[in-house]
Design a protein. Structure first.
Length: 272
């Protein structure tokens, strides 16, 4: 551990590699320091993480899964060829000691003393997990041919029911086998989407600058395009167009008010 930090070690003048072998032997110390203070008793101090939620018997407080302790690790037996270890630690809220032990047969931990487990377990069969064969069933499979035949028929039925699910899982696993290709396609699509978003932001900024708006603009949706296509917008007439229409109307209007006799017409009648 000290070597990776790039620090130099001090070698005393009377240090002899052939005689002492290492600095730990020279100082009569163990490489694990305080963690190995009970190594003569078969106990090693480790950093242990609580595997499940428990209730302490000393203070009746709840200790959550994942809380870490300095625990004394000791081998107490074997399950076939798998060693069984016991861990002893002190509660961080009181003076009570808690002891846990590994259970290789059930792939779990059991509480030996000092605490109660918060029951959050479920039946593996309810979650469609593959259950290991019980020891008594293994014994019957070895000595009873009829039971072996019945067990094989049951296993084939289970396999037939699970085949569609296993096939889907295999297909999903094969789809993710080429992780480099999937990553490349994902990054390519991300770059394209990023480019599109940048162009839309630039277009919206230009539109806000032309219209003198300081509010953010929402993205154009298909519903907005459909409604805009249904509307017919007509720009109002310009000032010149209005003047031209007004002059045309005046030129086409009669000079005399309606019902007023014309003076010229009466003089012509008298001359006639």
């Amino acid at each position: 551990q000290g070597e990776r930090k790039g620090t130099n070690k001090y070698y005393p003048p009377d240090f002899d590699p052939a005689k002492h072998g290492s600095l730990n032997k020279y100082h009569h110390s163990h490489p694990l320091r305080e963690r190995a203070r009970k190594l003569s008793q078969g106990i090693l101090v480790i950093r242990f993480e609580m595997p499940f939620n428990i209730w302490c018997d000393g203070c009746q407080n709840h200790i959550g899964m994942g809380v870490r302790y300095n625990a004394e690790k000791k081998k107490v037996g074997n399950y076939y060829t798998t060693p069984v270890y016991r861990f002893r630690m002190k509660c961080h809220l009181c003076v009570n000691y808690i002891e846990l032990q590994t259970d290789p047969g059930n792939c779990d931990y059991v509480i030996v003393s000092g605490a109660r487990r918060k029951e959050e377990r479920w039946d593996p069969g309810d979650s469609a997990q593959v259950l290991p064969t019980a020891p008594e069933q293994r014994e019957r499979l070895a000595v009873d041919p009829m039971f072996r035949l019945e067990h094989g028929v049951t296993d084939r039925g289970v396999l037939e029911r699970a085949t569609p699910t296993l096939t889907r899982l295999q297909e999903a696993q094969d789809a993710w086998k080429d992780d480099f290709g999937l990553n490349s396609r994902l990054r390519r699509r991300f770059r394209e989407e990023k480019k599109t978003l940048r162009e839309e932001e630039e277009e919206a900024a230009a539109l806000r600058a032309r219209a003198g708006l300081s509010i953010p603009l929402l993205r154009e949706e298909e519903e907005d395009r459909r409604l805009a296509a249904l509307l017919t917008l007509r720009a109002p007439d310009s000032y010149e167009e209005k003047q031209r229409l007004k002059r045309s109307e005046i030129s086409q209007r009669s000079w005399f008010a309606p019902g007023t006799p014309r003076a010229g017409g009466g003089a012509l009648q008298k001359l006639a």
